[in-house]
Design a binder for this molecule. Structure first.
Ligand SMILES: [Cu+2]
Length: 111
């Protein structure tokens, strides 16, 4: 290969790698909390893609969406929505809860 051709091949290899990284759309999952209960209590998402999790707090009081295994913790004020961007996850069960009212809990099943 001439040096110039090699440079072009390298450029295209880089571009297709970048395209591959962005080809996977994030999975969207949403859940509500009402009367301090998650609805539904179990949600699922595909493995190995980033996840956008929408948490709608339908109560008038704030809640704190928290998960040790997902490494998230954020207050969602009353009657508002929180958006959580999760890294690609391995298959498994990831528990979460409302840290302001720990009887409210649920699980994200990744498969
Ligand atoms: Cu907390």
């Amino acid at each position: 290969m001439t040096p110039k051709f090699a440079a072009i091949v390298t450029l295209f290899a880089g571009l297709s790698l970048a395209a591959g990284a962005f080809a996977q759309q994030p999975a969207s999952v949403s859940i509500s909390i009402k009367n301090h209960r998650f609805q539904p209590a179990e949600i699922s998402a595909p493995a190995n893609v980033s996840i956008v999790l929408t948490v709608k707090n339908l109560d008038s009081t704030p809640m704190e969406f928290e998960s040790v295994s997902l490494r998230v913790e954020k207050v969602v004020t009353g009657n508002s929505t929180g958006i959580f961007r999760l890294r690609p996850l391995a298959p498994g069960r990831y528990n979460f809860f409302d840290d302001f009212n720990q009887s409210a809990n649920g699980v994200l099943v990744v498969r």
